[in-house]
Write a protein that binds this ligand. Structure first.
Ligand SMILES: [Zn+2]
Length: 200
């Protein structure tokens, strides 16, 4: 499996663009330092990585997005074999990730961050979220076991699952010739909790 660090060092030209100090949403001091970096990732293109750190309370913020916004869209990717889980995913802080067959959703909230990962990394994040939810006493343990084993099998390429990244800004990407770009309707966006402005 490729690691993100490896990818950054080997294939990317890294350039700091600008730095600013803004108000920290956690401690409210003017001590949150935000720096944008421009990266060039092969087959993905130019991306902007934003790193924020508060010197007072240590709050950290990360985001990543394509430098060029492509408008509301969804990216549909089917995991069919063990090579598919190595595909690179750029998920901006405003994007949602859905596993179609089992209805699991990663929705953006106020504390949502962007990240660069692989399909395997996404499956791992879902597994951790399911494990956390399943610690609750009223969780259906049979269902929990079933979901976790499904996610594990998908990571080994033994279970076909469809990953959908919904991005109202079109700044997320899945780096694979198999990734399909589809239009996303206003209704779909609203269903996921996005506030859709009239387009005029
Ligand atoms: Zn702070």
């Amino acid at each position: 499996m490729r690691t993100v660090l490896e990818l950054n060092l080997k294939n990317s030209k890294i350039m700091a663009m600008n730095t600013m100090i803004v108000k920290c949403p956690v401690c409210n001091n003017n001590t949150l330092k935000i720096t944008d970096y421009l990266y060039e990732i092969p087959r993905v293109g130019k991306v902007i990585l934003t790193v924020g750190k508060c010197s007072k309370c240590n709050y950290k913020f990360n985001d990543i997005r394509l430098a060029e916004a492509r408008g509301p869209r969804k990216i549909v990717f089917m995991i069919e074999n063990s090579d598919d889980v190595d595909a690179l995913v750029i998920k901006s802080s405003s994007a949602s990730v859905i596993i179609k067959e089992i209805g699991l959703k990663m929705l953006p909230g106020p504390a949502s961050q962007g990240f660069i990962s692989t399909i395997e990394g996404i499956l791992q994040r879902f597994k951790e979220a399911v494990e956390t939810a399943c610690r609750s006493l009223d969780a259906n343990q049979g269902k929990c076991k079933q979901l976790i084993s499904l996610l594990d099998r998908a990571r080994e390429g033994k279970e076909k699952l469809t990953i959908i990244v919904v991005d109202p800004e079109g700044v997320s990407a899945i780096e694979s010739p198999k990734a399909r770009i589809e239009e996303v309707s206003k209704e779909e966006l609203e269903e996921l909790g996005y506030i859709v402005q009239p387009s005029d």
